[in-house]
Ligand binder design. Structure first.
Ligand SMILES: [Zn+2]
Length: 406
């Protein structure tokens, strides 16, 4: 991340950001390693670390030399209490609140049931504000010590604003988190699609493992999510979450939860698998929520050779394969990490997915993509929150918008 300007002040801010980003990647670094990592001159690094230390953004750590002789090695690291992040994950049935310090360590976490029915945004807003206040109070933090509030949900996010435009939870009742939080919290408010955070976390994990130009994260469950991480021309990850689940698979096809017909999700979401397995007419209004135990039963039937159960998963795989081929026709071929609660059924979908992909022009030209099953979606979402929000906090602190020391 760079501040693209060339005034002396912007240059100093850029150098500060280079130092903070290097510490973010490595955790703690000595002066010489900081020079090597940032490419900055020794005197420049000294000046910057002195300012960041004075402002309470970084701190010194003295490391005893091996064998206990000689002078201790001095390392710099982000100062834990320099600022805090509140990370909030909104799921269909609950909301998880986490508090993270500036060094990226989890300090506190609790879950609450999501209040209000579908579309009940006002009740949700009130419980959201109360829970955030509780999160700060439990750790005895003043509100201005929380520098960023990072929120994730499934659905469509307005990238320029912290506005949830459409979500499976609230439907078309848009939620403007900047407006909701702005009056009471001075923090930077960030909102991201959940699959975007997963893609961000996976991309960050692969940072040191050779050059991968792009990777997709496909989340399987009641809804279907897709996150994309692609390197921009500066070599930095650019992440996005195209509306993959509601991309059209079949014109005039099965009824989707979004109200449209023939979406990928209307064939591959849990409710779609249920509908097909029980031969319910495809225009039947989708179930609001299908317990995973129901899909487990269908999976057991499929594994026992039950024809409709096999077909239900196969059809789900085919819609995903065709959708991925369309996505890669636009963005180029890339590996696909598969996550989400539906990962345990992926074995039943994979053949249909690969077959449908192979039949497309994209498949015939470039072959089928590398598929990487990845467990632990919850941790990936959390890692995505932390990676994204702490990078944002680094920019705030480097440019003096973060308030500095408490
Ligand atoms: Zn849809």
């Amino acid at each position: 991340m760079l501040i693209r300007s060339s005034t002396p002040e912007a240059l100093r801010q850029n150098n500060s950001l280079s130092v903070l980003s290097a510490l973010r990647r490595q955790g703690a670094l000595a002066h010489t390693d900081l020079c090597a990592q940032t490419g900055l001159a020794s005197a420049t690094v000294s000046a910057i670390t002195a300012i960041l230390e004075r402002d309470g953004v970084i701190e010194r750590l003295e490391q005893k030399p091996a064998g206990g002789r000689g002078r201790p090695r001095v390392l710099f690291q982000p100062k834990r209490d320099c600022g805090y992040l509140a990370a909030v994950r909104i799921s269909s049935d609950q909301v998880q609140y986490s508090l993270v310090d500036y060094a990226g360590r989890l300090i506190d976490r609790f879950e609450e049931p999501r209040l209000g029915g579908d579309g009940a945004t006002q009740a949700f807003g009130q419980s959201f504000l109360a829970a955030l206040a509780r999160l700060a109070e439990r750790s005895r933090l003043a509100r201005d010590q929380v520098l960023a509030i990072s929120i994730s949900s499934k659905g469509i996010v307005d990238p320029g604003a912290a506005r949830l435009v459409w979500s499976p939870v609230f439907g078309g009742a848009a939620l403007d988190f900047s407006a909701l939080l702005g009056a009471v919290w001075p923090a930077r408010v960030l909102l991201a699609n959940e699959s975007l955070l997963v893609a961000q976390a996976i991309a960050a994990q692969r940072e040191g493992q050779g050059h991968i130009p792009a990777i997709a994260a496909l989340s399987l469950g009641h809804s279907i999510g897709l996150g994309l991480a692609r390197r921009d021309r500066h070599g930095e990850w650019e992440v996005s979450a195209p509306n993959f689940g509601h991309m059209q698979h079949v014109a005039g096809g099965s009824l989707c939860r979004c109200g449209s017909q023939g979406c990928v999700e209307a064939y591959a979401g849990f409710y779609a698998v249920l509908r097909t397995a029980f031969q319910v007419p495809p225009q039947t209004i989708p179930a609001k929520f299908v317990p995973i135990a129901e899909i487990d039963k269908i999976a057991a039937q499929a594994r026992a050779g039950h024809r409709m159960a096999i077909y239900a998963f196969r059809q789900a795989g085919q819609s995903l394969g065709a959708g991925l081929a369309r996505m890669m026709s636009l963005f180029g071929s890339m590996p696909v990490a598969v996550t989400g609660p539906g990962l345990r059924f992926f074995g039943l979908m994979q053949e249909g997915l690969l077959e449908a992909f192979a039949e497309t022009h994209e498949g015939r030209l470039n072959g089928v993509p590398l598929i990487l099953p990845m467990t632990g979606e919850d941790e990936l979402v959390f890692e995505g929150h932390v990676t994204r929000a702490l990078a944002e906090m680094d920019v705030m602190l480097a440019t003096g918008q973060g308030g500095g020391a408490p």
